[in-house]
Design a protein around this ligand. Structure first.
Ligand code: CUA
Length: 344
């Protein structure tokens, strides 16, 4: 798939992935640090190159005193002290600002700002998709699971009681992955057997895109991230919808037939549809599949046609992915699509 079509999935070419355009405190700290380090090292570069170029041009016709070697000077204590002290001081200043940035970025998830309404989500990296376990919001337990498209509430950073920081707990089910949404926060790895955390908070009600930033196998490049920052009311509505079990559209005979077909196939070994006997946890939770805009971790727009194409042979869309083609008959394929397309 071309870059242009990925942008089409993401909602237009206006999508911005620049670390120089942050909208959340940790990403702002990282941008400020980058500018400061660039300024310091840029100044050193200008001074060194300036002296070099000056010498090259000034003495381009050879030594000024008619070809004799210039006086050789050995061991000047003041110069030795100066060029030891100056770099040491520069490195010391850089260490201080880097430490300050680490301090700002790695906040303690156990102590959110007073009066704020923290959202806590556990992110589990899989080859090649993201699992989100919604733990709690504003102190209330949630406990539902969704995949690939993260929804978070917009914060008002100026009013303590309207702050909504997002704390992510990062884990991996298989290999190392890395959660990176450049405008929200820095990269943080998801490492098997280890728990990392990440924090961000933003007032911008937009869709932010990201990408797994640690090579994790053949489909690493198609492990895309989508973070929807919703208005608090919209987010509360989304939470309510997601907490419900799957809508059982039993009135529609096509859907009822589809459900029977779905539950009779091996789909249920890997996928969960809450409220049914499908309780697999190896693949993405499908309970509210149609509430998501994309399929296969941000690769395809979520439409009936793409759903059919994906189920018929996932290997065509994401070669090497861990979902096999089951060789379904055209009739069974259509029935399963009927059912999945009803999971709003
Ligand atoms: Cu997951 Cu790269």
């Amino acid at each position: 798939m071309s870059f242009a079509s990925l942008l089409a999935v993401s909602g237009g070419p206006a999508q911005n992935l620049s670390i120089f355009d942050p909208v959340s405190p940790p990403a702002e700290s990282i941008r400020d640090l980058a500018f400061l380090i660039f300024a310091i090292t840029g100044l050193i570069f200008l001074i060194v190159e300036g002296i070099l170029l000056y010498s090259v041009f000034r003495f381009r016709h050879g030594p000024p005193n008619g070809g004799a070697e210039p006086p050789q000077v050995y061991g000047s204590t003041p110069i030795e002290i100066a060029w030891t002290a100056a770099p040491a001081l520069i490195v010391f200043v850089m260490t201080l600002v880097i430490t300050r940035t680490l301090w700002e970025v790695n906040v303690d998830p156990k102590t959110p700002p007073t009066d704020s309404k923290p959202l806590r989500v556990t992110v589990i990296g899989h080859q090649w998709w993201w699992e989100y376990v919604y733990e709690s919001y504003d102190g209330e337990k949630l406990g539902f699971i969704t995949a690939n498209e993260l929804h978070v509430p917009a914060s008002n950073l100026k009013v303590a009681s309207e702050r909504r920081p997002v704390y992510l707990t990062l884990q991996s089910a298989d290999v190392c992955h890395s959660f990176w949404v450049p405008r929200l926060a820095g990269k943080m790895d998801l490492i098997p057997g280890r728990t990392n955390s990440l924090w961000f908070e933003t007032g911008h009600k937009e869709l932010f895109l990201g990408q797994c930033a640690e090579f994790c196998g053949t489909q690493h490049a198609k492990m895309l991230l989508r973070v929807n920052v919703d208005a608090p009311d919209d987010f509360a509505r989304w939470l309510l919808e997601q907490q419900k079990p799957a809508i059982d559209d039993a009135k529609d005979p096509k859907v009822a037939e589809g459900k029977k077909t779905f539950l009779a196939h091996s789909c249920v070994n890997c996928h969960r549809v809450r409220g049914t006997s499908a309780v697999g946890s190896y693949g993405p939770d499908l309970t509210h599949l149609m509430s998501r805009k994309t399929l296969a971790s941000g690769i395809l727009p979520n439409s009936r046609d793409n759903l059919r194409k994906w189920i018929a042979d996932p290997q065509v869309v994401k070669p090497g992915c861990l979902m096999p083609a089951f060789g379904l008959s055209a009739e069974n394929l259509e029935r399963i699509v009927d059912y999945l397309a009803s999971l709003r």
